[in-house]
Ligand binder design. Structure first.
Ligand SMILES: Cc1cc2nc3c(=O)[nH]c(=O)nc-3n(C[C@H](O)[C@H](O)[C@H](O)COP(=O)(O)OP(=O)(O)OC[C@H]3O[C@@H](n4cnc5c(N)ncnc54)[C@H](O)[C@@H]3O)c2cc1C
Length: 512
């Protein structure tokens, strides 16, 4: 064994890098795997909410139940709160989200704790680690790569058959290969930090009686979204008592990115939303932790070649809405480890590399065009955003979560909307998504933006039985009612008359 030659070198030892190392070492213990990690210790970062699939990857594939139960919080689905000038707090804000506990595990993560644990596990499984050490340069040749790294003051040269890039948004390899393309069709940015002393929403509800009666599961453990025209805010509880709060906004619609005093404007933005202000009363932001990303989405033209691959954020990022980041990271880790394993066994991997590149490229394009493109135009409409959430979630359950849990009974690497036959879902989702944008803009033009944002409750259920079908039908019903109401708006526009009252959207349960 030559000291500086490895079967696999992984750059970056956080979620994507450490998980891939664990899979490689467990499934192919003969492989010599080295992780090169820049940081001395991980600090808090975003990527705190799992989905059902990234949770399945952590529990079933990586066997992390013990860590997740001891150090992290369970997650209770997605929850939405909307606002208009009648809303004074949670009690009269329109609310969408789970009614009872989610039947499928998911987690709210302190990423520094998780990533440290994953990296330690990779080392315990036999991966070698250089830390702190930084990749500086690389020369790729078919399955024979040369890497230059810095370890303290020392510069070292290493060789490997596979070089896997898990350096996140640094995109170490993708940038050198000129593969990374910025997605300017989706101009979204984010600002966030952790907070201390955020009030407990379930205790607020318990004191108000009526609010508590509208829900069974813990609301706090959900990813709570406070949404409006052009933006959404996440509120995620963390196991150390802190709360992660951030805003993601479309720069065409909200101009927080031009802020001269980012902290003050961020805090003022959050406090301008009455329900959120209720939670933040008495809370304090950790301003040392305040972060701003001025442009989120990008994608690599290629995910894998002969002897190299991109993992997780090193390959692509789209939008944190629906928390797809760790799903994508899990899919790339699983798929890449499988191909590297096939190569180690001497199997022909040429067609698998082609399939890998095509599936991930297709997934990104379809995911973006159907779910995210221009979504922020209808984020301020409670019925439309909730209809989209339950329709999208129903698709995710029916075509991804249920097949994995009930049929394959294991984590599957195929990215969302990646399979060719997902063509039908892609076009259907894209169609209703376009309609929601058009309806939202018609409402704005008619002066009725946000009219349905108070006094309603839209329930969602997350399980592996009939709930996804139920959610699908409920989403369709909300959509049809919105279309019918849109006809009223169009008639009013044509005939220039204002009806005496705005018909209430049915199918949305009134409170009480
Ligand atoms: C605002 C926002 C909110 C998000 N919220 C969620 C969410 O709720 N749920 C979710 O699933 N995802 C979320 N994401 C996405 C999530 O953060 C990422 O998908 C995830 O962290 C990717 O993990 P990773 O291991 O690929 O990269 P990272 O976590 O970025 O790790 C990269 C590692 O590489 C190391 N590194 C960098 N350069 C070098 C180098 N030259 N040499 C050696 N090491 C190097 C770094 O030190 C780091 O440890 C969010 C993203 C954003 C921007």
């Amino acid at each position: 064994m030559q000291p500086d030659r490895y079967d696999v070198i992984i750059l970056g030892g956080a979620f994507s890098g450490a998980s891939t190392a664990i899979l490689l070492r467990r499934d192919h213990p003969q492989l010599r795997v080295l992780i090169v990690e820049k940081s001395e210790a991980f600090d808090a970062k975003v990527g705190e909410a799992t989905t059902e699939m990234s949770a399945m990857f952590l529990t079933r594939r990586l066997a992390m139940w013990h860590h997740l139960e001891a150090e992290q919080l369970p997650k209770e689905g997605l929850r939405y709160w909307f606002t208009n000038n009648k809303v004074t707090g949670h009690a009269n804000a329109t609310e969408g989200g789970g009614f009872i506990r989610s039947a499928v595990p998911a987690f709210q993560l302190r990423r520094d704790a998780l990533d440290e644990y994953l990296l330690k596990t990779a080392v315990d499984e036999g991966a070698e680690l250089l830390r702190p050490a930084k990749a500086r340069d690389v020369e790729l040749n078919d399955f024979d790569n040369k890497l230059t790294i810095e370890v303290g003051d020392e510069v070292r040269e290493l060789h490997c058959r596979w070089l896997l890039d898990a350096t996140g948004r640094v995109n170490f390899l993708g940038r050198r290969l000129n593969l990374i393309e910025r997605n300017d069709e989706h101009p979204v940015a984010a600002i966030w930090c952790r907070w201390n002393g955020v009030r407990h929403i379930d205790d607020i509800a318990a004191r108000s009686g009526d609010l508590a009666a509208r829900n069974v599961s813990s609301r706090r453990l959900a990813t709570n979204h406070y949404a409006g025209f052009g933006y959404w805010i996440w509120v995620i509880p963390l196991g150390n008592g802190e709360t992660s709060i951030g805003v993601v906004f479309d720069k065409r619609l909200i101009d927080l990115h031009h802020s001269k005093d980012r902290a003050a404007d961020f805090i003022a933005f959050l406090n301008a939303i009455p329900a959120l202000a209720e939670l933040l009363d008495g809370a304090s932001p950790r301003l040392d932790d305040l972060r701003f990303y001025s442009h989120l989405p990008y994608v690599s033209k290629q995910y894998m070649g002969n002897g190299w691959a991109l993992l997780g954020d090193a390959a692509a990022f789209l939008d944190p809405y629906y928390s797809p980041g760790l799903d994508h990271a899990s899919f790339t880790a699983e798929a890449t480890a499988e191909i590297v394993g096939m190569d180690a066994k001497g199997e022909d991997i040429a067609t698998r590399i082609v399939e890998h590149n095509e599936a991930f490229a297709r997934s990104y394009v379809r995911f973006f065009r159907s779910i995210y493109k221009d979504k922020y135009y209808y984020m301020g409409e409670a019925d439309l955003l909730t209809a989209a959430m339950i329709l999208d979630t129903a698709h995710y359950y029916i075509f991804v979560v249920i097949p994995a849990y009930r049929f394959a009974k294991k984590f599957l690497w195929m990215p969302v909307l990646g399979p060719k036959p997902a063509f039908f879902s892609y076009h259907f989702i894209k169609f209703y998504h376009r309609r929601f944008k058009a309806i939202a803009l018609a409402r704005r033009a008619a002066g009725e933006a946000g009219a349905r944002n108070d006094g309603r409750r839209i329930k969602a259920y997350f399980n592996l039985n009939f709930s996804p079908m139920h959610m699908f039908l409920r989403g369709l019903k909300l959509w049809m009612l919105a279309e019918a109401d849109n006809v009223r708006l169009q008639l009013r526009r044509l005939f220039g008359r204002r009806p005496a009252t705005t018909p209430a959207a049915e199918g949305v349960e009134a409170r009480g």
